[in-house]
Unconditional design. Sequence first.
Length: 286
Amino acid sequence: MANRQSAPNTKEGKKGRLLNALTRMNERDTQKGAAEELLYLIKDSDQDTLPLYVATICATNAKQQGFACRECLRALGVVASDACPVQGLALAPPLLTKILATVKKGMQGLALVPPLLTKILATVKKGTQDADGGVRDAAADSLSMDADGGVRDAAADSLSLIAKGLHEVNGDTAPPAATNPVLKVVFELIGEPRKETQVAVGYALGTAAPFLGQLEPQQVKDILKRINNPNYQGAHALLGTPWTLRFLITDAVYRAAQGAHALLGAIARCDVDDDDRATGRSGIVP
């Protein structure tokens, strides 16, 4: 037992350090240092430890509170980047499958810990019943807000890093658009009804665009259909990223006057300003 405690760099010792970091990220006084420890472990991972790290992070993410949940999602993006010594291992099944499933939940806002969300909703409910009209109005506004937009932001960032990682590792042999796992997640989420998810998906798609190759004609049509819908809230975020137009204007769109007209119409309706073009995060809750 003494040897285990004095060997923090063994596989078992690193697992203990990871679990300790995940726990400490839920405490305000220790969360920053714990997040740094989490990233350090990932950047020092190998073929033996990375599967353990990914499995543990994905399994505990749904139990984490706001800050810890965001940092877990960001860590999964780092796992897929060239900062990870075994990046290729992370970008192949079964690890990639686990990572994408967790990131997808984050973009849907499903990564919030149920007890924490229950407390938030209980407090807001009391506010809607308050005698003070101002308190009731504030509570009503809270019900329409995203519980933690930062979680979606972190998930969107990670999805973009995964797309970049796949491009770096595979080069010209990267998955085509029809089978690209990042695009698969995007098209599974693009029809989500919540505004915050639509914005996060739009941002993720726009920032991942340089690494996704040429879209299939039907994929272009599906995106144009969404962003031309006046009720779709993700158009600003999608069209606010610098690579989006190059991404969408494929040979298929050039050949189809209707497609070009649809894209120009979407841009006109969005009226993307300079700040949106620079940040690509129009509408994302900070």
